[in-house]
Design a protein around this ligand. Structure first.
Ligand SMILES: Cc1ncc(COP(=O)(O)O)c(C=O)c1O
Length: 348
C-alpha cells in the first residue's frame, strides 16, 4: 500500500495497441505524435469543458522529467520554489536534484478540509519566490482545488508575475468535479503551465510519457526553453498508450473511478471498525488516503516491521511536522484493504 500505482489490469485498448506495436516491431524512437494533443483536446473538452491549444503541448519523458527540465531551463541559481506540504515526496527529490531549496507554505487544515494558504503563497511571492509547484489534485490529501480557490491563486500569481506549475497527474481520477488550472481565466493562462500524463490514472507509469501544456505565448516561450531532446526521450510505447488512454480509455476510466469510489467508502467503514483511533477524510480524487495516526501507538516503521504493511511515512511528504501521518494506497482489492487494516489492528 506504498507506491502510487493500482493493482488493476490495464485498459483493453491500451493492451491491444501495445501488443500490436510489439507484434509489428514498432519499437524505435518516437517521432512527432499529434495523436496525443488531438486525444487530450477531446478528453479535456468533454470531461472538463476545457479548451486547450493543442499546438502548445510538448511531450516529455514523465512528469518528474518535465518538471525538472522546466525548472532547469527557467530558474536561476538561488531561486526557490514554493510548495504546499504535505505534498508528494517526488517534489522534494526533484528540487534537490536541481539544488533548489523548497519554500514551504503548508496547506491549511480547516474544518472543511485542506485548503491552499493563499495569504502565505502571496507572502512567498512578495519575497520574490516566484515559482509555485502546485499539486492538483493534491497528493497525499486528495484535494481537488475548486475554481474559486484556483482563480484567486491565479489573480495573485498574475499580480506578482509568478509562474504556477500545476501537476495534474491525478486529475482524471477525481470523484466530483475537477478544475484544470488553465481553465481558470486569463490570469491562469498568463501564469500557468500544466504538467500531466495518463500514467497515474491508467496505471502506465513504467511506460514513460507525459507532457507540458500552456495557453499563452509567453508561457509557451518558457516551455520552449526546455531542451528539445525531452520530446525524443519519451518512450514510443508510452506516448501511443497515452494517446489511446485519452481517446479510447474513457470506459475503463469510469469503471476504475467507480471501483476506487467504492474502495474509499470501504476504507472509511473498515477504519471505523478496525482502527477507530485513525482519523481519515475522504479524498476528493485519487486512490491515496492521508491518515492521522496520532492516537495509534505505532509508527509507519513499526507498521512495516510488525504488521508487514508498507505505508508511506508522513515525514516523506514534508518533514517532521507529519510524523504522525501516513499515506495508504487503496487502489487494490477490498479484501486486501481489510487485510492491511486487520494486520495493523492485530499488532496493537
Ligand atoms: C503528484 C505526482 N506527480 C508526479 C508523480 C510521478 O510522475 P512520473 O512518474 O510521471 O514522474 C506522482 C507519482 O506518484 C505524483 O503523485
Amino acid at each position: 500500500m506504498h507506491v502510487a500505482e493500482m493493482d488493476f489490469e490495464i485498459a483493453e485498448p491500451i493492451r491491444a495497441r501495445l501488443a500490436q506495436m510489439v507484434a509489428e516491431s514498432d519499437l524505435g524512437y518516437l517521432g512527432p505524435i499529434p495523436e496525443v494533443a488531438e486525444a487530450f483536446e477531446r478528453f479535456a473538452s468533454t470531461r472538463w469543458g476545457w479548451n486547450i491549444d493543442p499546438k502548445q503541448l510538448k511531450l516529455a519523458t514523465d512528469v518528474g522529467v518535465a518538471t525538472v527540465e522546466f525548472l532547469r531551463a527557467n530558474l536561476k541559481t538561488g531561486d526557490r520554489v514554493v510548495i504546499t506540504s504535505p505534498v508528494y515526496s517526488g517534489f522534494f527529490e526533484w528540487l534537490n536534484e536541481l539544488h533548489i531549496e523548497p519554500f514551504d507554505v503548508p496547506l491549511n487544515h480547516t474544518e472543511h478540509g485542506w485548503r491552499l494558504d493563499l495569504a502565505g503563497i502571496e507572502a512567498a511571492f512578495a519575497q520574490a519566490h516566484l515559482t509555485l509547484l502546485l499539486c492538483n489534485p493534491h497528493n497525499p490529501v486528495g484535494r481537488a482545488f475548486d475554481r474559486t480557490e484556483l482563480t484567486a491563486l491565479a489573480e495573485i500569481a498574475a499580480r506578482y508575475g509568478a509562474v504556477v506549475i500545476s501537476d495534474e497527474i491525478h486529475a482524471p481520477l477525481t470523484y466530483g468535479e475537477f478544475t484544470p488550472y488553465l481553465s481558470c481565466g486569463p490570469n491562469a493562462e498568463k501564469t500557468g503551465v500544466v504538467i500531466t500524463s495518463s500514467s497515474k490514472s491508467w496505471n502506465l507509469a513504467g511506460l514513460k510519457a507525459a507532457f507540458l501544456l500552456t495557453q499563452n505565448e509567453k508561457m509557451a516561450a518558457r516551455v520552449a526553453k526546455v531542451a528539445p531532446a525531452t520530446h525524443w526521450r519519451t518512450s514510443i510505447l508510452g506516448a501511443f498508450s497515452m494517446a489511446v488512454a485519452y481517446s479510447d480509455g474513457g470506459d475503463w476510466l469510469d469503471a476504475t473511478v467507480s471501483r476506487l469510489d467504492e474502495n474509499r467508502m470501504h476504507l472509511q467503514v473498515e477504519l471505523a471498525r478496525l482502527l477507530p483511533q485513525v482519523r481519515f477524510e475522504l479524498p476528493e480524487a485519487g486512490y491515496l488516503a492521508w491518515l492521522d495516526i496520532s492516537d495509534l501507538p505505532l509508527s509507519a516503521q513499526q507498521i512495516l516491521e510488525d504488521a508487514k504493511v508498507a505505508l508511506v511515512p508522513g515525514p516523506d511528504m514534508g518533514g517532521a511536522t507529519y510524523e504522525n501521518w501516513v499515506r495508504l494506497n487503496f487502489g487494490t482489492g477490498k479484501a486486501i484493504i481489510t487485510e492491511g487494516l486487520e494486520r495493523i489492528a492485530g499488532v496493537l
